[in-house]
Design a protein around this ligand. Structure first.
Ligand code: 2M8
Length: 472
């Protein structure tokens, strides 16, 4: 207990000052967000949070670039360029590029990526990926460049994007369904979200229960440094963590090859909702980039992209909610989570589906708590207000949902969510995640994607005010 108290103070000490009031003070908030991005800037890329996440993560850097473009467009471009250092020759963009400094339990030497012939040569990386937000970040930067600079920018990023999207379909869509399959919860980015935990627990190693004994756990927790400075009850439990690590070991044994994993391991393989919804939207962006460059996307890729649009609907149940699917059994994993709302962002579901999602989103008993959106509904047995991906509000999820709501004309809810998110961060500071009940910040701090997306949302707020004013 004493440890978590001390650690909370330590994290808060590092936070750039904000108003820390319930009032939204845009200038103070912008200042704190900008300071955070500076503190976490390691030259050509940005660490998610000091201590806890000392390396470069794939989707974190994309979010960082989306915010940074408003502050320093060249540095934002650099953030994305630095991601390409890690790209494998088969097109895969790894979920982490390791720095030489700092420890993380997904340790840099344990992946044995270098044994893979396609692995990046100059940097150490993991051998799995993360949600494909890159095309979104490239286009958001493109939006504020003049035409000539945008074309140059698109031309530079286009080959890497095409290679990444081609890899996703070639490697991870073996049945040509238009949906890609994930081999590990870290690929989803929503690490210990209930559907993944349910699936993983089915593949818990025989020794899994034994290590839940109280005596061995503190040693293990220390060994893996999984929680950094964050209170223990806010992170994944040690038993679940060991199961995650066990599944990672299985992947390593199979050389991270989907076919081998399918035939030689029981590792859960999930067709994830959020990942695929993000991919569908990324495809739309990639298409737009290709058109602007006058390029033809590879034909196979075009077919896959087209298939994806309709395929997303196969993850929907009779009530209109979306769930990940077990790749082997084809059954939906009906444990509810925030993933259900990501198809709004994809932009390819029907208006009727979108309206159903918007209604569920605003349910005050489930997701729309005082500080929405809860990452797991309050009615779920997994709900824990402060445990990461099992209840807290995350700024990146809100950012996707706001965008999606606007695509389907739900501007009032989108406006409300935007203001509520900014007010929550303004009161709490630049934390990794926030209790949806009392708005307090938790996890790593100061946290980069919170800061970057706050910068982007503040722009959105300004635009919203201007257009409201014009409409009056
Ligand atoms: C969390 O994931 C890492 C492993 O990749 C961890 O739990 O240590 C997730 O929230 C993930 O989405 C995020 O990219 C990463 C860094 O912020 O942290």
């Amino acid at each position: 207990m004493a440890e978590s108290k001390a650690n909370t103070t330590h994290a808060a000490d590092k936070l750039p000052a904000v108003g820390f009031t319930e009032q939204l003070e845009p200038e103070a908030l912008l200042g704190a967000a900008t300071d955070t991005l500076k503190i976490n800037d390691l030259g050509s890329w940005t660490q998610p949070a000091p201590g806890l996440y000392p390396h470069q993560w794939l989707w974190d850097s994309c979010f960082v670039a989306i915010g940074l473009r408003h502050i320093d467009i060249k540095r934002a471009q650099q953030e994305l360029r630095s991601l390409l250092r890690g790209q494998w020759s088969n097109g895969m963009l790894p979920h982490i590029i390791f720095s030489d400094q700092g420890l993380h339990y997904a340790g840099r030497d344990a992946w044995h990526s270098e044994r893979h012939k396609a692995a990046a040569k100059k940097v150490k990386t993991t051998a799995i990926t993360q949600p494909p937000v890159l095309a979104e970040a490239v286009v958001r930067i493109g939006e504020i460049l003049d035409t000539a600079a945008r074309r140059r920018w698109y031309k530079e990023m286009y080959p890497a994007l095409v290679a990444f999207h081609e890899w996703l379909y070639k490697e991870r869509d073996p049945h040509n369904e238009g949906l890609v399959v994930l081999m590990h919860p870290w690929e989803s980015g929503l690490d210990d979200t209930p559907p993944w935990m349910v699936a993983l627990r089915k593949n818990r190693p025989w020794w899994g229960k034994a290590v839940s004994g109280a005596k061995i756990s503190p040693w293990l927790e220390n060994r893996f440094k999984v929680r950094g400075n964050v209170p223990l009850n806010e992170r994944i439990s040690i038993v679940d963590l060991l199961t995650v690590l066990h599944n990672w070991r299985e992947l390593r044994r199979c050389g991270y090859d989907l076919q081998r994993v399918l035939h030689h391991s029981k590792v859960p393989l999930l067709v994830d909702v959020a990942f695929n919804a993000i991919l569908v939207r990324a495809n739309t962006h990639l298409q737009r980039i290709a058109e602007e460059l006058g390029e033809m996307l590879p034909v196979d890729l075009q077919f896959s992209m087209q298939r994806s649009k309709g395929a997303l609907r196969t993850l929907q149940d009779a009530d209109g909610m979306f769930f990940p699917r077990d790749f082997r059994t084809r059954e939906l994993l009906t444990e509810p989570s925030i993933e259900t709302f990501l198809p709004l962002y994809s932009g390819v579901i029907s208006q009727e589906s979108a309206d159903k999602l918007a209604a569920e989103l605003q349910n005050p008993k489930t997701y729309w708590l005082k500080h929405p959106v809860a990452s797991v509904p309050r009615t779920s047995k997994y709900f824990a207000a402060n445990r990461y991906w099992q209840g807290p509000m995350w700024v990146n999820m809100n950012w996707f949902i706001i965008d999606g709501l606007r695509q389907y004309g739900h501007h009032k809810v989108a406006d409300e969510l935007l203001e509520n998110t900014l007010r929550t961060v303004s009161a709490a500071g630049m934390y990794e995640y926030f209790s949806p009940i009392d708005g307090k910040g938790h996890g790593g701090a100061p946290f980069s994607w919170t800061a970057a997306l706050v910068v982007d949302m503040l722009q959105g707020l300004a635009i919203q005010k201007v257009s409201r004013h014009a409409g009056e």
